[in-house]
Ligand binder design. Structure first.
Ligand code: OGA
Ligand code: MN
Length: 299
């Protein structure tokens, strides 16, 4: 089957979010297929594949062909309470017995952080490069995932703002993102795990050299700034970056697999009926270096 890639909205977003066809992700990929995926990601930042009936094993195997995977350690699910292996993040509303979690289940409430615009694992020193999300069971309505193009967001800033933010470093932690939703009760151990890390606000893509805004709800302050001023400033940037013209909204079909590049996008889940099953599983390819090592050239 010939590999093809076409932008989903060629008129308004010709270089953001594309559909790729002609690859069966459940099989071992050829070198040509691996390069086509990397090239597509470099160009479009988000790739959608339909009709990919994956098992956890096949998802992990094909994800590993794109780079080393992160462990799924940031979802408050204790190892013994996990439904699935540590190679996959459980992005579902199900408990370890595959039952829908109670409305007030702490793990569910923590997971609601995904409703806020973010970039995966920006709260880890070495954050995520690609995320690969597989739709196993989806509700009939709601539960879209939206993606914002952070290259376009950067490009459309005025010069004074570009200069001002050029060398800014932000502090990222899940304490900040969860705090925005009023989720504030963490154990000592969880607080230790959530020690803030530093990330650049402007980063350079190692292949294209394009700059992008590295924002996330996990970003809680800017080094050297008073926190309230930093928060207001970051909120302003998020508002700019998530204008509809920069956003692709993905309406899931069962067996879709979507890959996004966390270096150049933010994403968020949209709400859905808490009584319906939504079973999504994510593998995550590590960026291998911190954003601090992806500095743009001097302004
Ligand atoms: C994720 C995530 C959004 C969604 O898997 O990292 O944020 O729509 N998912 O489930
Ligand atoms: Mn996410």
């Amino acid at each position: 089957m010939a590999i093809a890639v076409r932008p989903i909205d060629p008129i308004s977003r010709p270089d953001f979010a594309a559909e790729m066809t002609g690859i069966d992700l459940s099989k071992t990929l050829t070198e040509e297929e691996v390069s086509a995926i990397h090239d597509g990601m470099t160009r479009f930042g988000v790739l959608v594949f339909h009709d990919q009936d994956l098992t956890d094993e096949s998802q992990v195997a094909f994800s590993r062909q794109l780079g080393p995977l992160e462990d799924a350690i940031s979802d408050l699910r204790a190892v013994k309470e996990r439904r699935i292996s540590m190679d996959l993040s459980d992005i579902s509303n199900l408990d370890q017995n595959s039952k829908i979690m109670a409305r007030d289940d702490r793990r569910r409430l923590f997971g609601l952080g995904n409703l806020l615009w973010h970039s995966d694992s920006s709260f880890k020193k070495v954050p995520a490069k690609y995320s690969l999300l597989s739709a196993r069971v989806i509700p009939e309505t709601g539960g879209n995932t939206e993606f914002a193009d952070m290259r376009a967001a950067y490009d459309t800033l005025d010069e004074a703002t570009k200069r001002q933010i050029h060398d800014m470093i932000c502090e990222h932690s899940q304490i900040y993102s969860r705090g925005l939703l009023g989720f504030t009760e963490f154990t000592e151990e969880e607080r230790r795990q959530c020690t803030p890390v530093h990330q650049r606000l402007v980063r350079r893509h190692p292949v294209t050299g394009r700059l992008s805004l590295y924002l996330a709800s996990h970003a809680g302050t800017i080094l050297g700034w008073p926190m309230p001023e930093a928060r207001a400033f970051l909120m302003d940037l998020v508002e700019h970056a998530t204008q509809r013209k920069f956003v692709y909204a993905h309406a899931w079909r069962r067996h879709d697999l979507v890959i996004w590049d966390n270096r150049v996008t933010m994403h968020r889940a949209r709400r859905y009926d808490a009584a319906k099953v939504r079973d999504m599983r994510r593998t995550t390819v590590s960026n291998e270096v911190s954003s601090l090592e992806q500095a743009p050239p001097p302004f």
